[in-house]
Design a protein around this ligand. Structure first.
Ligand code: AMP
Length: 303
């Protein structure tokens, strides 16, 4: 099944306790599209860049088979830029600067060839833009939406407007606490589902993820890694692995959603092993499946 990816397309500067990286590829749509390209085709991207967006990035996305018909290039403007610094434990980060640039005036136009896409992954962007996208597509099977603290802080009302149109809402633990105003994750989940999120996933960084679907809860571990180099994009690749597995299998049962959560965790674990999107450059579906299977042994036990 096809998948439509909407989100930021960025140039990032990243600082971790282990080093810095300048002018590297980033943006939620890029992480999502690249990760999804290992599962299903076509992967259709909607986003915007300025005239400064490097050709090697376009070549990379083309090589991964990502359909860029929906990538708008505004020659006279600058690409979205984000710079962040991670703390020693890598679970927390500070945004050092964020320049929306070309995103400030972006009005997403969904190409006709994208409009019937069945699976939609709305990466972390302005919730107003997420809504604009959903107004233009025709009866998708599943809409997965992500967000981040920046939008909860600055566009909460807009986020609350678009939330009921998400079939699955993904956010991390601190964002869930922020949005619900509740420190307890189970209570936070209840409150966020009452805001309209039918199925909810709360990511807990290196502590795994919780899936809330109908009356069920599934708790997934994260893949234990000794060397985490750069956590940027972990959330996006999680959302991507989750959505792309569902798109590949076209099965929305709770059992399959559990597998999708593990595929999300699998993709996130590859992402954080290297800087920027480098951890997603040389994967194969076989390699992904091998790690997916390792998850089984991680948490299986006998009564
Ligand atoms: P993640 O680590 O999964 O939260 O995603 C990090 C990516 O999101 C980086 O590559 C940034 O360029 C991008 N990003 C950071 N802040 C925002 C924002 N407010 N809106 C959209 N994308 C953002």
């Amino acid at each position: 099944m096809s998948i439509l990816v909407v989100g930021s397309v960025a140039i990032d500067d990243i600082e971790t306790p282990f080093g810095t990286a300048k002018d590297v590829l980033g943006g939620s749509a890029v992480y999502i599209a690249v990760a999804a390209s290992y599962f299903t085709t076509p992967v259709r991207l909607v986003g915007v860049v300025g005239g400064d967006y490097p050709q090697h990035a376009i070549d990379f996305l083309n090589d991964r088979g990502v359909d860029l018909t929906g990538l708008e290039v505004v020659k006279e403007a600058k690409t979205f830029r984000w710079s962040g610094r991670y703390h020693y434990d890598l679970n927390n980060r500070d945004t050092l600067s964020l320049n929306l640039n070309v995103f400030e005036k972006f009005d997403p136009k969904i190409p006709d060839s994208y409009k019937k896409t069945k699976y939609i992954c709305l990466g972390n962007i302005d919730p107003t833009l997420q809504r604009r996208v959903l107004e233009q597509v025709e009866k998708p099977t599943l809409v997965v939406g992500d967000t981040m603290n920046f939008w909860i802080d600055t566009k909460k009302e807009e986020l609350l407007k678009v939330l009921p149109s998400f079939d699955v809402f993904i956010l991390n633990d601190s964002e869930a606490r922020l949005l619900s105003n509740d420190p307890n994750l189970l209570r936070a989940a209840k409150k966020i589902r009452a805001m309209g999120a039918k199925t909810l996933i709360i990511k807990k960084g290196e502590h795994g993820a919780l899936l809330f679907h109908e009356d069920h809860i599934f708790s997934a571990p994260a893949y234990p890694l000794e060397d985490i180099f750069d956590p940027t994009g972990a959330g996006d690749t999680f959302a991507s692995g989750f959505t792309a597995w569902l798109a590949k299998t076209d099965d929305l049962s709770f059992e399959n959603m559990k597998r999708a959560v593990i595929y999300g965790s699998t993709m996130a674990s590859f992402c954080v092993e290297k800087v920027s999107v480098d951890g997603l450059r040389d994967l194969s579906y076989l390699k992904i499946q091998d790690r997916f299977r390792e998850f089984k042994t991680l948490s299986r036990f006998d009564e």
